[in-house]
Design a protein around this ligand. Structure first.
Ligand code: BGC
Length: 547
């Protein structure tokens, strides 16, 4: 970490816990808070600074917790508020901060507010907390506009009383009306509820979606795709509207009421790095996920452009960058990188990889990518299992798929279950220590028969394993003043090789070319993603050097 007394979130390494798939403490086949508590020593030994926990609130689980029925309760599947408090306290004792997810764009259709709105009927003040409208066409039988749900199909559902309500995600996730004072006051109160229970911040779900155009106009025509042209911000009726920043200025004031550098990270998808930077101004949120890095192809030019643009735009507003390779919504990166052609990902479109996966290749690149990510200035996110090199499970039988995307897309998009398969901890067969010994309940998604090799036990203490690579990188990162917050300077390299210096005395080299690359002069090799051949870095390898 940098030597300054800068707040922790400027260069934190944050581990994402997808609670239902991390560790099952009570033997029902679903991960829970008891499971997380039992694995805190593991997280400590990994060396992360904080955990981000996907939604743990009371929920009918139409979208695995992103449909919240009560923000002040923990879902019984995961535990209780008292257990959440214990977890926060124990994590703090291990030196690990805790950041739950908050889901302000929508609630569950079972939330008391939505239920009351349904009962109160058309035109009632209760309906004003959501986005209810009459339809178009004869008898209002057509949706009020042409917006589409991110999960497929129209973004509107009609009620028996004739009105339509908006849901940018599943019908079980009605969108809130953030122009309504009740909504603003309620969320500030929810933030205080959890801040006063000790959480260190929040990950804000769909942070760019809260404010809709007041007239709810149809979508603008999509511009011609220009993959290599300059990226442009398009005035969109429900994404990334300027007024959303008022909400976060108020949230920042709430966070600042509490001691100890509480912080927010936005899940905000913006057209350009400038638009993303607008979320993290000094009176706004603290950090935002940098999805451009995750969406980049495995290509030196593309990655360098993303790194430069991100650092320039965020630096201009005094915010640190964050770097992320995988999360619970995207194909795991060894499987993305294991394709002969690694395509650039286009936001809001399903990622359809081409060709068969070569996992040896994908894993080699994932190891190199980890060293790149952890050497860049700013903070980084590790998605549970990435430190074990878990691949995407691409062959889950259709009968077990649970992500609403599968149904809503008319079975054309398999959705996100493949990156959410429960973590293998130990043993030779499922549940690989995910559930306590003797558990008869099956894990909520089946784990592949060959996952023993990916278990924590199979990696633990094994030289050269993915887990030991992450541990070593995080240990070095903590100790080296050059890493964490700060800047970088690129070194001259042939096409396909990325090399940058960070002061003092540190160089990171990543070889994305097809040719071996002789490392620049150095005092010692601190860490390498694979064996070095007499100072030569093979393709798809990375090294950290002391100079
Ligand atoms: C979350 C998804 C979720 C969606 C709706 C996101 O972007 O990361 O997992 O389905 O928001 O809440």
């Amino acid at each position: 970490m940098s030597t300054s007394t800068a707040p922790w979130w400027r260069d934190a390494v944050i581990y994402q816990v997808y609670v239902r798939s991390f560790a099952d403490g009570n033997g029902d086949g679903v991960g829970d808070i008891a499971g997380i508590r039992s694995r805190l020593p593991y997280l400590k030994s990994l060396g992360v600074d904080a955990i981000w926990i996907n939604p743990w609130y009371e929920s009918p689980m139409a979208d695995h917790g992103y449909d919240v029925a009560d923000f002040r309760q923990i879902d019984p599947l995961f535990g209780t508020v008292a257990e959440a408090e214990q977890l926060i306290e124990e994590a703090h004792r291990h030196g690990i901060r805790v950041i739950p997810d908050i889901v302000p764009n929508h609630t569950s259709d079972r939330h008391a507010w939505f239920q009351t709105a349904l009962a109160a009927g058309p035109g009632s003040p209760e309906r004003e907390r959501y986005v209810f409208r009459t339809g178009r066409g004869t008898d209002g039988a057509e949706p009020p506009n042409d917006w589409v749900s991110c999960f497929g199909g129209p973004a509107w559902t009609r009620l028996p009383d004739g009105e339509w309500y908006l849901h940018l995600f599943a019908p079980e996730q009605p969108d809130l009306n953030w122009r309504h004072p009740d909504v603003r006051a309620e969320f500030e109160s929810i933030l205080r509820f959890w801040f006063s229970r000790g959480v260190d911040g929040f990950r804000i779900d769909v942070a760019h979606g809260l404010i809709k155009h007041p007239e709810l106009p149809d979508l603008p025509p999509r511009p011609e795709a220009a993959p290599d042209g300059p990226r442009q911000h398009l005035d969109h009726p429900h994404w990334d509207r300027d007024e959303v920043h008022d909400v976060y200025r108020a949230w920042r004031r709430v966070a600042d009421e509490f001691p100890g550098d509480r912080s927010f990270v936005a899940e905000a998808w913006a057209d350009t790095p400038e638009r993303l930077a607008a979320y993290v101004r000094r009176d706004g949120l603290h950090t935002a996920f940098n999805f451009d890095f995750l969406m980049s192809s495995w290509d030196a030019k593309d990655l360098r452009a993303v790194i430069d643009d991100s650092l320039a735009m965020l630096g201009a507003v005094g915010a640190p960058a964050t770097w992320v390779l995988s999360n619970h919504d995207v194909m795991r990166h060894p499987s993305r990188y294991g394709r002969r052609v690694v395509r650039r990902w286009v936001a809001n479109e399903p990622y359809r990889p081409e060709g068969a996966v070569d996992l040896a290749l994908g894993t080699r690149r994932a190891r190199a990518a980890a060293l790149l990510m952890l050497a860049l200035p700013g903070g980084a996110y590790i998605y549970q299992g990435e430190e074990l090199g878990l691949p995407e499970v691409e062959d889950l039988p259709e009968s077990v798929l649970q992500d609403p995307v599968w149904e809503r897309s008319g079975h054309t998009d398999r959705g996100r279950d493949g990156c959410r398969v429960p973590i293998p901890w130990s043993g030779r067969s499922a549940p690989y220590g995910f559930s306590p010994d003797g558990t008869t309940a099956e894990p909520w998604l089946p784990q592949p028969a060959d996952w023993a090799e990916h278990s924590v036990a199979a990696h633990d203490g094994v030289e050269g394993s993915m887990l030991e690579l992450y541990r070593a990188a995080l240990r070095l990162r903590r100790g080296l003043p050059a890493l964490g917050d700060g800047g970088l300077a690129w070194l001259d390299t042939p096409a396909g090789v990325l090399a940058f210096r960070r002061e003092p005395e540190f160089v990171c080299v990543v070889n994305l070319s097809a040719e071996p690359y002789r490392l620049p002069g150095h005092a010692s090799v601190l860490l390498a993603s694979g064996p070095l051949d007499d100072g030569v870095l093979a393709p798809d390898r990375a090294a950290w050097l002391a100079t």
